[in-house]
Design a protein. Structure first.
Length: 660
């Protein structure tokens, strides 16, 4: 048993999610740091390496880990590929450095070290015997110098030379190594997984005629305006044929009137299934041209993936075993009491033929990937098995690692978290309902500073087709502006549902969060130039996001004190502190508020008595501040938020050339 005995302890590895059960998430180009406690009994020195490989490679690469303090070690490597990496830690005794440290201590107090020098020579010869080439020659020369050293002190001096230490460390005998007892995983996504602005549009409502669907060709005419506002992703609800049986009417009426288009989420008809396009929008070739047009403008398409079927879906006849059946043999429609969705059949993931069902769902995604879609917003994933998503996302990303999945799961927190753990790239959040200072601070701190930061990327949607928040219903134009700033700057990922967001559309079904005259159930014709719109404001905020790298990061959010409960102060800065952004938002859309803001001068790198410039980016105005405490007034009727770029005032040049 002695040849398998490992004496080194490796514990408290970070990042490690649920004992390695789930992967953590990062982005291409990031330096991935791994930390661990590594130690052994006694006073012997040890060495450690961080081992890593891509999921497709069988060959490990390793980089040295360095001792930080108190038995805490750190190693890092560059995440160069959009793929999954495997990593672990290997540690081993370092007898030569242990010997060199011991003999140096003894010679320093005048002890005879002849025997110890013999031990060192033995270690050197053992290493030489394993080597060939230049390193063998270099060690042989060191062995000669040790043997020929005129005094013991000279020999110890040779033993302490950094080059010799480096050679011996590089060629340590790893037979006595301890390898961490698990291999961990990091999913490395492309940058759009962490930084993007989403614009959700209903294709059928992009036309000029109120009683017919717009086509994909007409949708293309909207792309210049969406691009000009600065969005990165054009997200489409389902574009598939819509069933007729139990079709919903306007404002969710149980019966549709003639000409009512029905809900896009009631997927499937005689015109096709999840792989088809609604004929009212055009053909699959028209969809392809639309995707190409979006790409030509530097954006990309996200498509809704909703696993549910109308009663007219081909699956209902071809695969009745894929659905839930009542005792009388009829298929159950979807329910979420008190809501009923008679136009939709949920799918039974546990029923007969579930393997074929799972494979069919995968084939749907592969079909649309083949038509240029690399982002999927997944409808209600919390109503499907977690194991299904873990399998499906891994299967898809093994072939297409650039594919991004957004989880639309407004549900229990633990379910939202586990969906992110098993693979969802991004997640909807409770931001939509967080309006007050303390709850925003607590929730955002949890998302960005707790363990959730390792796997949960929150995409902050201001609204959705299903959710017109109360603050937008009653807060008017100031509410739309302040919620936009919060979403766009608190998270590096955010989105708006364009059912009039830039037009400040806020008419709701009384007593609900449902839009009145929702385009979920009817065609809408929008006047994009109607008075009171905030298109220019959205454009300005998105430009600020693009021009400031600090706002591209997700985990760098920090909150700072402000003395009014209605004013939220927070900031983001780059690691080099060459871009620092501070944001102050009046959370009350109805009244102006004044507060003292406490600027984190030490974090920014400014002295307590130093003068600095606050460049307010929304209004493009500049202010000279001095000291930490400074007063600000935010009137929602004028401007509910301020986004500051903090710059040092250089008196010599009388300019603001440096960012912190």
């Amino acid at each position: 048993m002695t040849d398998t005995f490992k004496s080194i302890v490796i514990e408290r590895v970070s990042p490690e999610l649920d004992s390695g059960r789930y992967p953590v998430k990062r982005e291409v180009g990031e330096t991935f740091e791994v930390w661990a406690d590594i130690f052994k009994e006694g006073h012997d020195l040890i060495a450690a390496v961080l081992k890593y490989r891509t999921q497709r490679s069988q060959s490990w690469r390793d980089v040295p880990m360095r001792h930080v303090d108190n038995d805490r070690w750190m190693g890092s490597f560059l995440l160069e590929e959009n793929t999954r990496y495997i990593y672990t830690i290997e540690a081993f005794p370092d007898p030569f450095r242990s010997w060199a440290a011991e003999v140096a201590k003894k010679i320093a107090v005048g002890q005879d070290v002849a025997s110890e020098l013999s031990e060192g020579m033995a270690l050197l010869r053992q290493t030489i015997a394993r080597l060939s080439g230049r390193d063998r020659q270099a060690l042989q020369e060191y062995a000669r110098r040790l043997e020929d050293a005129p005094t013991q002190a000279d020999a110890v001096g040779v033993a302490g030379e950094p080059e010799l230490e480096g050679l011996m460390t590089r060629h340590l005998d790893r037979n006595a190594a301890t390898v961490y007892d698990r291999e961990l995983e990091v999913v490395v996504d492309r940058m759009a997984a962490r930084y993007a602005a989403w614009y959700e549009m209903f294709p059928r409502s992009q036309g000029r005629e109120p009683n017919r669907s717009a086509t994909f060709q007409e949708c293309e005419a909207r792309l210049p305006a969406i691009q000009a506002m600065g969005f990165d992703v054009v997200y489409l609800p389902p574009v598939h044929p819509i069933g007729r049986t139990n079709r919903k009417g306007r404002n969710n009426a149980l019966e549709a009137a003639p000409g009512d288009p029905g809900s896009p989420w009631a997927i499937g008809s005689e015109h096709g299934d999840h792989k088809a396009v609604d004929p009212a929008l055009g053909t699959l070739a028209d969809f392809d041209r639309f995707v190409s047009a979006v790409r030509a403008r530097g954006m990309e398409v996200a498509l809704d993936f909703a696993i549910q079927c109308s009663p007219d879906h081909p699956y209902v006849k071809e695969h009745p075993e894929w659905f839930f059946r009542r005792p009388d043999g009829t298929i159950k429609y979807a329910e979420n009491p008190p809501k009923k969705y008679q136009d939709v059949y949920p799918v039974n993931f546990y029923g007969e033929g579930w393997e074929a069902l799972w494979d069919e769902m995968k084939s749907i995604l592969l079909h649309w990937i083949g038509h240029g879609v690399q982002i999927f917003r997944v409808d209600n994933p919390h109503t499907k098995p977690v194991s299904f998503w873990e399998w499906l996302i891994r299967e898809i990303q093994a072939e297409h690692p650039d594919v991004i999945f957004l989880s639309e799961a407004f549900t229990r927190p633990k379910m939202m978290r586990v969906l992110a753990k098993v693979g969802f790239t991004q997640s909807y959040t409770y931001f939509t309902w967080r309006n007050f200072k303390q709850e925003l601070m607590e929730y955002l701190t949890e998302l960005t500073q707790s363990e959730m930061q390792e796997y949960f990327r929150g995409n902050f949607f201001t609204n959705t087709p299903d959710i017109l928040p109360e603050i937008l219903q009653h807060g008017g134009r100031p509410a739309f502006k302040l919620r936009l700033v919060l979403a766009a700057t608190l998270s590096s990922l955010y989105g708006v549902y364009s059912g009039g967001y830039e037009l400040c559309e806020n008419a709701a079904v009384p007593g609900t969060e449902e839009y009145l005259n929702s385009e979920k159930y009817e065609y809408r014709v929008w006047d994009w130039d109607r008075p009171g719109h905030i298109t220019d404001y959205i454009t300005r905020v998105n430009r600020i996001r693009r021009e400031n790298p600090a706002l591209h990061a997700y985990k760098n959010l920090r909150f700072y004190p402000s003395e009014d409960d209605n004013i939220l102060l927070y900031g983001k800065m780059t690691s080099a502190r060459d871009n620092v952004i501070l944001v102050a938002v009046n959370l009350d859309p109805f009244a102006p508020h004044t507060s003292v803001l406490h600027v984190p001068l030490a974090e920014i790198g400014l002295g307590s008595e130093e003068t600095y410039q606050m460049h307010e980016l929304i209004t493009d105005t500049r202010h000279l501040w001095k000291g930490s405490a400074n007063r600000i007034t935010l009137d929602p009727a004028v401007e509910p938020a301020a986004i500051f770029a903090v710059r040092r005032w250089t008196r010599r040049e009388q300019s603001f050339d440096y960012y912190f």
